[in-house]
Design a protein. Structure first.
Length: 331
């Protein structure tokens, strides 16, 4: 049988068909000596099926901390003793964050809240926030508010939310080791709802939560099955006070193998570098990532940890001749 990268070249690069779970596992098991080749193929694949543009997104937290859920990686859970304190942002500060995000050339602005799912009060705040942003900033608005009801999904669509983020986080078989207060199936159902009601689906994952390589491949297949418009890839940043505080940070070659493998599993998706990349990969890794299948980045703050200065990322994209995706192409 031919080598996995030869098969991937024919199947993914030439025909645009993502790798199966078994093939993703083979990519994840590639020796370091083949890593560069895998990243180069993932990059070619991204250029072929997505083009050279990079989508830039900003993110703001409407409600931080105090979440009733127990996701073991999350410093915003109210169940763990973490340094994150419950906080809310007012609308003028939120509009200012959207304005600053738009100034970087970003086309996406995501409003997030640390909740199991939104209640009426939060939905009203979201509506007010969206209205205020629309009045003064030209940017696509996305939301990440947890598990939704059908009525809530309809309301978001009505207010013009074009994309909804809800992560699978972990492979189905690993999920019970990560969260006990809700199920993988509940997460999956919200994604289904989001798609049915007409929003774009943004569905991400966290790599490095003690999963096996088989489970990492399983997660890639489960994400591909959701067929998301966007996949934010996070790498675990073990936060003090959380049950995962002592997990080791994933090794850079393993993180890069995961990026290449996930691109080859999902040739057409927007694959976004999300949280944990500075810790895992550093500056050099960011360059390798955007030359290895990544085609979207978050600028500025990630919810509870500080990201890089946006200008560093934008300079890097300019140097690599990767244009920032313009607003008009996504509105
Ligand atoms: S990941 Fe979301 S649902 Fe889970 S504890 Fe954190 S904020 Fe709550």
């Amino acid at each position: 049988m031919s080598h996995i990268l030869e098969r991937a070249r024919d199947q993914v690069l030439e025909r645009g068909e993502g790798l199966s779970e078994a093939d993703v596992l083979e990519v994840l098991r590639l020796p370091d000596s083949r890593l560069e080749e895998a990243l180069a193929l993932a990059h070619e694949t991204r250029l072929r099926w997505c083009g050279p543009e990079v989508e830039v997104e900003g993110i703001v937290s409407l409600k931080t901390g105090g979440c009733p859920e127990d996701c073991h990686f999350c410093s915003q859970s109210g169940r763990f003793e973490t340094p994150v304190r419950a906080a809310r942002i007012d609308i003028p500060s939120l509009v200012e964050a959207a304005r600053q995000t738009a100034r970087t050339g970003a086309s996406e602005f995501c409003i997030v809240a640390a909740v199991r799912g939104p209640d009426r009060r939060l939905m009203d705040q979201v509506r007010a926030a969206i209205q205020a942003i629309r009045e003064s900033v030209e940017i696509n608005i996305a939301c990440s508010l947890g598990i939704l009801t059908a009525e809530q999904a309809d309301e978001l669509v009505e207010w013009g939310v074009h994309r909804y983020n809800h992560n699978l986080e972990a492979a189905r078989s690993h999920f019970p080791n990560v969260v006990s207060t809700h199920t993988w199936e509940e997460r999956r159902a919200t994604l289904q709802l989001v798609r049915e009601r007409g929003m774009e689906v943004c569905c991400g994952c966290i790599i490095g939560m003690g999963e096996t390589l088989e489970q990492r491949a399983e997660l890639a297949a489960q994400l591909a099955e959701v067929d998301p418009d966007e996949v934010p890839m996070n790498f675990l940043d073990p936060r003090p006070g959380t049950p995962f505080a002592e997990l080791p940070v994933i090794e850079p070659p393993d993180a890069l193998r995961a990026i290449a493998a996930y691109r080859l599993a999902m040739p057409r998706t927007i694959l976004r570098f999300a949280g944990g990349r500075e810790l895992t990969l550093g500056d050099f890794g960011t360059r390798q990532g955007v030359l290895g299948g990544i085609n979207a980045i978050i600028v500025g703050n990630y919810l509870t940890t500080l990201g890089r200065d946006p200008s560093e990322d934008l300079d890097l994209l300019a140097e690599l001749s990767m244009p920032v995706r313009a607003l008009s192409t996504t509105l």
